[in-house]
Design a protein around this ligand. Sequence first.
Ligand SMILES: O=C(O)CCC(=O)C(=O)O
Ligand SMILES: [Fe+2]
Length: 357
Amino acid sequence: MAAAVAADAAVAESGLVIPDRQLIDFSEFLHPSSPHGRRATADAILHGFQTAGFVYLKNHPIPAATLQTAFARSADFFALPDEAKRALAWDSPVANRGYSSLGREKVTQLADAAAVDALRTAAPDLKESLEIGRDDEAGHPNKWPREQAQDQDQGQDQDQQKQQIRAGFHADMMRFFHLCRRLHLDVMRAVALGMGLDEEFFDPFLHVGDNTLRLLHYPGVKADVFRANPGQVRAGEHSDYGSITLLFQDSRGGLQVRSPTGHFVDATPIPGTIVVNAGDLLARWSNDTIKSTIHRVVEPPRDEEEHPPRYSIAYFCNANFASNVDTLPGTYASESDKKYEQINVGQYLAQRLAATY
Ligand SMILES: O=C(O)CCC(=O)C(=O)O
Ligand SMILES: [Fe+2]
């Protein structure tokens, strides 16, 4: 209870547009305590996506211990020597798996590759990441770091061992991947219910799990770096591409979302919550009734000479790459109200990703 009150206060302080509706108790959707709980929660989630473009979920089904493990594993990964990480380099937007070193990806709204290049040179993002997809997509294997043998060091020298990660990384990450995948389905069921669609409307578009788990590390950085270059950010402003993103952040801060009035406001970390934002695919699918909000990661709002590292984990949910999506029923009155053509999901995403790397 006290935690919930503190969380409400944190949302209000962050100056978001509709504070009381932004923080949503997801257990009321999964296990409603009243006859109207499920429907009311679905409405609140949809309303959040239609207005601010994002919500905070509390009392969600990802166990705190699982999250702690995922963050610890992520820190282990980024602590590997450069050589071990670079051996896993991200190399294609279609596969969208692997390691991106500092400055490799420049997230932005610019679609033109030359403009993105110019921006990347002027103010590179201060982050590194590892993208992990589903483990069973033909032709696109994940790029896993080598794991230490459970029974340790027989015949290995120390140098070899340093290149390897503690055993269990792959298994823990895939366990986490599948919990997020389940949550994606449930959040989309809430969206469907809120929109007056059959609750399972989205299920056949999502069941393959063509999603991406991204581990993110923003290394420690001196405040001077931000002073020297006013355009410097940890991650540039962008919208996400897919259906929704589940974003787990540590307590450092720096994430900002653009409010409907055009100002960037802090999306303050609230312990125990997930920031869930709608992506471009869902905005398009919903005939722009749902908003895909621009966000970025900037210098944390603390007066420090040196900002400590920040870790976050983004789970980018999509729809099945093989699916074609057409404007959702109920978001248009007549054919001429449809703003977009039907589109193939895989092609759409590969095209968007190709512009940012
Ligand atoms: O690190 C964060 O909090 C945000 C990351 C993000 O927006 C992204 O990777 O798309
Ligand atoms: Fe994002």
